[in-house]
Design a protein around this ligand. Structure first.
Ligand code: GLN
Length: 205
């Protein structure tokens, strides 16, 4: 079975775990979800999710616990990562905030709390590349993606990119863990870097 890790230093962890389980069940895949609060767990994970929350806090804890380098190695090994909202901010190449140590695994620059300035949160039906029907996207004090380097835009809202893919990494400005619809987790974690990748425990080397 696959091992999925949810970065659990802060943010909506249980919701991501549940969404991963729903996406796996929809594909008849078995998955064990582990919460990541210290180093040493990420290397055992086939898939990773990095939740929304408070990006400065998440960044500080990831670097302080030695988890940041492990996530970079996970991505360098071409394993899937879904980074949402604050997770996207931390995964970006530049968040324009000295308190954030960007992981630089998604080639975009972001601006914190820029999206939906008039309304702190909103829901929007989003057309997402790879999905047949619109996705109900929940935005909560979401970052704006200011510039996109070597990454693909999967969805835009209000003429701005809100979902991007950079190799095995998918980043969303919205919160796919907060709706029952697990298609973004399916797309990012089970179909992105290829669901047929054998689980870490099944690999020979
Ligand atoms: N505003 C938060 C930040 O910049 C992100 C919002 C979220 O994850 N819901 O850290």
């Amino acid at each position: 079975s696959l091992t999925a890790g949810v970065v659990a230093v802060q943010g909506d962890v249980e919701e991501h775990a549940a969404a991963i389980e729903r996406a796996a069940a929809a594909r008849d895949r078995e998955v064990t979800v582990r919460e990541i609060r210290e180093s040493g767990i990420v290397p055992d994970c086939d898939l990773l999710a990095m939740p929304g929350g408070e990006s400065t806090t998440i960044s500080r804890l990831l670097h302080g616990e030695g988890i940041a380098a492990e996530i970079r190695a996970h991505v360098a090994a071409d394993k899937p990562l879904l980074a949402t909202c604050a997770g996207l901010i931390v995964a970006s190449s530049d968040a324009g905030d000295d308190r954030i140590g960007e992981l630089e695994v998604i080639d975009v620059t972001v601006e914190r709390n820029a999206f939906g300035r008039q309304k702190d949160s909103f829901e929007a039906p989003l057309a997402v590349a790879g999905l047949d029907e619109p996705y109900p996207a929940v935005f909560i004090r979401a970052p704006a993606i200011d510039s996109v380097g070597d990454a693909d835009v999967l969805a835009t809202w209000d003429d701005r990119p809100v979902a991007v893919r950079d190799g095995p990494v998918v980043g969303t400005a919205f919160h796919p863990e907060l709706t029952p619809d697990s298609r973004i987790h399916g797309l990012a974690l089970f179909e992105n870097a290829d669901a047929d990748v054998p689980a870490a425990s099944e690999r020979s080397s």
